[in-house]
Design a binder for this molecule. Structure first.
Ligand code: GLN
Length: 538
C-alpha cells in the first residue's frame, strides 16, 4: 500500500501578485524542515498550451525543468526553496487540460457522450492533481489567478472534489488575501478579504487558513474580526507582512506558528522544525559584508521578472560569498560603441543575458568587447555566450562579419542551426530543451567552479556553436571547456588569459538553489569580488 499524501491547496484572492508562489514555497520549506517530503504543483487557468511561447514582458521568465517542460516561473521558486527538481507533472495549464480532453474526444474515447467541463475537464484536472499521490508526504497545489476569475472555476471545483475524495483530514485550504492599509483613515480594511472568502465559499470551499498580506501588523481585534466574518478560527488568520527578502518569509511564517497549525489540521506528527541553516543563509543575505556591482545587459531589463532565476541566483551566490551584489540593469538597446565605457563604468562583472531575436545584439557585443579588453569578469548565458563567440570572431579571429544565422545569414555564421533544427516550423516546444550532460575540460575555470568534470544543465535554445569554426577559435585562444560527452556540441567557452570570462550555452540559473547556490554564479561573484578588491587597492 503506498502511503497516502496530504494535500494543501493554495488559492489567492482580492488581487494578483500577492506572492502565492512564495507562500507555497515557504510552507513547503517549513514542512520539509520538519522532515516531510514535499512537492508543489502549479495549476494555471490560462489557455496557453505551452507557456514557452508567452511574452516575457507579460509573463516573466519561462522556467525550464530537467525533463524539458517550459513552465511558469513559480516552479523556480519551488525548486529554489525545496531543493527538489520539478517535472512536467508539477504544472498544468487550462490549455493543456482542455487539449488532452479534446484529443481524447477526437479519438472517440468518450464513446459519443457529451463532453463537459464537469465532469470531463474537472476529472482531467483531478487526475493531474493525483500525479504524485503516495509519492510525497505533502503535496502543495497552487492554483493560479484570483478566486472568482471565470477560467479558474474548473480548478476550484476539482480541488473541492479532490479534498472530499481524499478526506478532509488529508486536505487543507489556504487562502492568501490582501488586507489594505488606508493611510487617510489610518486603518486596515477587512472587507476585500471578506468578499474574496465569500466568493471561495460560493464554490463550496471553506478556507481552513487565511494568510493575510499586509504592510502593517494586524492587531488581534482585526484578526478576530476577519476570523468571525470569514468563518475561520482566530489563530488560523495569519498575517503575512512584507519581508525584506523573500527568503525570510518561511521564518516569518514559523514565528506565527503556521507550520504548527498546518501539522495539527492535517494530522501530521509535529516533529522538530530545523531552520538553522536557512536562518544563517537569510542572515547573510540581510547583512552582507562586501559590495560588488554587476551589470546585467539584456533586452527585457524593464521587466525584471523576465530574469527572475538570474537575479535569485545572484542572491544565493552573494550570500555564499558574503557579498552584496548590486545589479545594474542595462538595456542592450541603449549600449553602443560610443557610450559603452560610460555605461559599464565602475562595474566588477558583466552578465549578458539570454534572449531571442536581433534587437540589442550589437549593444551586447560592444559590452562584451569592453570587459574582455579590460579584464572585467564576464559571464554569458545562452544568447550571452553566443554573443561572446560572435565578438571573439569579429575582434580576435579576424572574421569582421561573424554573426549568428539567427540574425544574419552569411558565410560567417559562427552560431548556427544544427541540420535537424533547419526544418522546424512549429515554434512551441521545438527547441533543445531540458537537461543535457556535459563534460568539462580538466583544469578549466568551469571544472574549477564545479569541482567535477561531469555535469548536467538545462537548455532552451535553437542555435549552437558552429563546429566548422572550432579550430580557428581554439587557435585564437578560446578554450571550449565544456562539450556534450560525444564532443559534438560546444556547451562552454572560456578565455584562459582573462581573470574570468565564461560563456555557457545552457541556463545555469535554473539550477541555483537557496543555501547552496550554483557553482558558476558563485565563482563569477567571487571573481567580481576580486575585481572590486583590486580596484580599491589600485
Ligand atoms: N536565441 C538563441 C537560440 O535560440 C539563444 C536562446 C537563449 O538565450 N535562451 O539559440
Amino acid at each position: 500500500m503506498p502511503k497516502s499524501s496530504k494535500y494543501i491547496f493554495i488559492t489567492g484572492g482580492v488581487l494578483s501578485s500577492l506572492g502565492k508562489g512564495i507562500a507555497s514555497s515557504s510552507i513547503g520549506l517549513l514542512l520539509k524542515q520538519r522532515g516531510y517530503s514535499v512537492t508543489v504543483q502549479k495549476f494555471d487557468p490560462y489557455i496557453n498550451v505551452d507557456p514557452g511561447t508567452m511574452n516575457p514582458y507579460q509573463h516573466g521568465e519561462v522556467y525550464v525543468t530537467d525533463d524539458g517542460a517550459e513552465t511558469d516561473l513559480d516552479l523556480g521558486h519551488y525548486e529554489r526553496y525545496l531543493d527538489v527538481s520539478m517535472t512536467r507533472a508539477n504544472t498544468a495549464t487550462a490549455g493543456q487540460v482542455y487539449y488532452d480532453v479534446i484529443m481524447r474526444e477526437r479519438r472517440g474515447e468518450y464513446l459519443g457522450k457529451t463532453v463537459q467541463v464537469i465532469p470531463h475537464i474537472t476529472d482531467e484536472i483531478k487526475r493531474r492533481m493525483r500525479a504524485y499521490d503516495g509519492v510525497f508526504d505533502v503535496i502543495i497545489i497552487e492554483i493560479g489567478g484570483t478566486v472568482g476569475d471565470i477560467e479558474g472555476l474548473p480548478f476550484l471545483e476539482a480541488a473541492r472534489q479532490h479534498a472530499l475524495e481524499v478526506g478532509r483530514q488529508n486536505a487543507l485550504f489556504v487562502h492568501l488575501t490582501f488586507v489594505p492599509y488606508i493611510k487617510s483613515a489610518g486603518e486596515v480594511k477587512t472587507k476585500p478579504t471578506q468578499h474574496s472568502v465569500k466568493t471561495l465559499m460560493e464554490f463550496g470551499i471553506m478556507p481552513d487558513l487565511l494568510l493575510c498580506r499586509s504592510e502593517v501588523k494586524l492587531d488581534r481585534d482585526i484578526r478576530a474580526k476577519i476570523a468571525l466574518f470569514c468563518n475561520v478560527e482566530e489563530r488560523s488568520v495569519v498575517e503575512a507582512l512584507d519581508a525584506e527578502t523573500i527568503y525570510e518569509v518561511p521564518m516569518m511564517f514559523a514565528k506565527r506558528e503556521l507550520d504548527d497549525i498546518i501539522c495539527e489540521k492535517l494530522h501530521l506528527k509535529r516533529s522538530n522544525l530545523d531552520l538553522d541553516t536557512w536562518s544563517r543563509f537569510v542572515h547573510r543575505i540581510k547583512a552582507p559584508k562586501h559590495p560588488v556591482t554587476i551589470a546585467i545587459v539584456g533586452k527585457y531589463v524593464k521587466h525584471q521578472d523576465s530574469y527572475k532565476s538570474i537575479s535569485e541566483a545572484f542572491i544565493h551566490a552573494g550570500a555564499i560569498n558574503n557579498a552584496k551584489v548590486n545589479i545594474r540593469w542595462i538595456d542592450s538597446e541603449h549600449v553602443d560603441v560610443s557610450n559603452v565605457a560610460e555605461q559599464l563604468d565602475g562595474i566588477d562583472g558583466l552578465l549578458v543575458a539570454p534572449g531571442f531575436g536581433s534587437r540589442g545584439i550589437e549593444g551586447k557585443i560592444s559590452a562584451i568587447r569592453h570587459v574582455r579588453e579590460h579584464g572585467i569578469p564576464f559571464f554569458g548565458i545562452c544568447l550571452g555566450m553566443q554573443c561572446a563567440v560572435i565578438e571573439f570572431g569579429r575582434n580576435v579571429c579576424g572574421l569582421p562579419e561573424a554573426n549568428s544565422s539567427e540574425f544574419k545569414k552569411n558565410k560567417f555564421s559562427v552560431i548556427d542551426l544544427l541540420p535537424e533544427q533547419r526544418h522546424v516550423t512549429d515554434k512551441g516546444g521545438t527547441m533543445r530543451l531540458g537537461a543535457y550532460p556535459c563534460t568539462l575540460k580538466k583544469k578549466s575555470k568551469a571544472a574549477a567552479a564545479y569541482k567535477t568534470e561531469h555535469i548536467s544543465e538545462r537548455h532552451r535554445h535553437r542555435y549552437e556553436f558552429n563546429n566548422e569554426f572550432r579550430e580557428l577559435y581554439e587557435g585564437s585562444g578560446m578554450v571550449l571547456s565544456g562539450t556534450s560527452p560525444d564532443e559534438k556540441l560546444v556547451e562552454i567557452i572560456e578565455l584562459p588569459n582573462h581573470p574570468w570570462f565564461v560563456g555557457v550555452q545552457f541556463h545555469p540559473e535554473y539550477k541555483s538553489r537557496a543555501v547552496t547556490g550554483h557553482p558558476l554564479f558563485v565563482a563569477f561573484v567571487k571573481a567580481a569580488l576580486h575585481h572590486a578588491q583590486e580596484t580599491v587597492d589600485a
